[in-house]
Design a protein around this ligand. Structure first.
Ligand SMILES: NC(=O)c1ccc[n+]([C@@H]2O[C@H](COP(=O)([O-])OP(=O)(O)OC[C@H]3O[C@@H](n4cnc5c(N)ncnc54)[C@H](O)[C@@H]3O)[C@@H](O)[C@H]2O)c1
Length: 265
């Protein structure tokens, strides 16, 4: 199916690594104009090169810290300047450091809140300012199945992802009248194929620090689909929801792409 994303202007935050990288490449094969908004511009440029080879109309990498509103405004201005508009935003940046809640500190909470929630607020706020006068658009936020099921060692992160789900539903209700659709995609454990598919500060730079091989195998075995998530699994869901043609009547939804880990009716 042609998703009608050719020449659409898309911003992917955290587009230099793992899931964001796959999302960027998936939009590229649909012929979109892409702005990769990431702290790591070297990794971003490597993804941009690949995206052009896959058929992106054009790609730019803009060094962005999503926790800084003024910085986010500059990035959106760069997308509008180069591509004429911002049609789709993917709030993909996220970060966690796995540990039991009793081991966490207020300093860690603050960092988690800034990256996983304030960053989403900043980017969504600026996206709405661009999309409203432009006649509409799509915002997809990458949440997590940790927002839907309690996950040991992910208490603060899971709470912030649940906040993102709720925030996106309200934004969907407030902005449907402007033809702006807002949805969330929840991955489960989703691993890169190789370290080359991650950026310098990726959570997956050292896979073993997340889970042991035995734990990865046990997680895969526990899922109905009997395998771990691949970045492409998430990218497919994001690009579908971003397409006005494919998902024109879908807004305010939280979709798990996690091999059946969560089944919310
Ligand atoms: N991979 C998983 O198993 C998994 C599971 C559930 C949810 N998620 C969510 O999916 C999303 C992507 O995860 P991933 O595994 O691809 O992450 P990753 O760590 O591999 O990549 C994150 C990217 O975001 C960038 N980044 C970090 N902080 C930033 C900031 N302040 N401003 C701009 N860029 C910044 C990093 O440079 C990196 O390129 C996140 O929201 C994460 O919470 C991932």
């Amino acid at each position: 199916m042609d998703l009608d994303l050719k020449n659409k202007s898309v911003i992917v935050t955290g587009g230099a690594s793992n899931i964001g990288r796959a999302i960027t490449l998936c939009f590229a094969s649909e012929g979109a104009n892409i702005t990769i908004a990431d702290l790591d511009t070297d990794a971003g440029e490597r993804v941009a090169k690949l995206a052009l080879e896959l058929g992106a109309s054009d790609v730019q990498v803009v060094k962005t810290d999503i926790t800084d509103l003024a910085n986010v405004e500059t990035t959106f201005a760069a997308a509008k300047q180069k591509f004429g508009s911002v049609d789709c935003l993917v709030n993909n940046v996220g970060w966690d450091d796995l540990m039991f809640f009793t081991q966490t500190t207020p300093e860690l909470w603050d960092k988690l809140i800034k990256i996983n929630y304030v960053g989403v607020l900043n980017c969504t706020r600026v996206a709405l300012e661009h999309m409203t006068p432009n006649g509409g658009g799509s915002i997809v936020s990458i949440s997590s199945d940790a927002s839907r099921q309690g996950e040991p060692k992910e208490a603060v992160y899971g709470g912030l992802k649940a906040a993102t789900n709720s925030f996106m539903k309200t934004i969907a209700k407030e902005n449907g009248r402007y033809n702006i659709r807002c949805n969330c995609v929840c991955p489960g454990v989703t691993v890169p194929d190789s370290v080359e598919e991650t950026s310098e500060n990726s959570m997956w730079k050292d896979k073993d620090s997340m889970f042991t091989e035995e734990q990865f195998a046990a997680i895969a075995k526990s899922l109905p689909l009997k395998r771990l998530g691949r970045p492409q699994d998430i990218a497919n869901a994001v690009v579908f929801l971003s397409s006005q043609k494919a998902a024109s009547f879908i807004t305010g939804q939280v979709l798990s792409a996690s091999g059946g880990y969560s089944m919310i009716g």
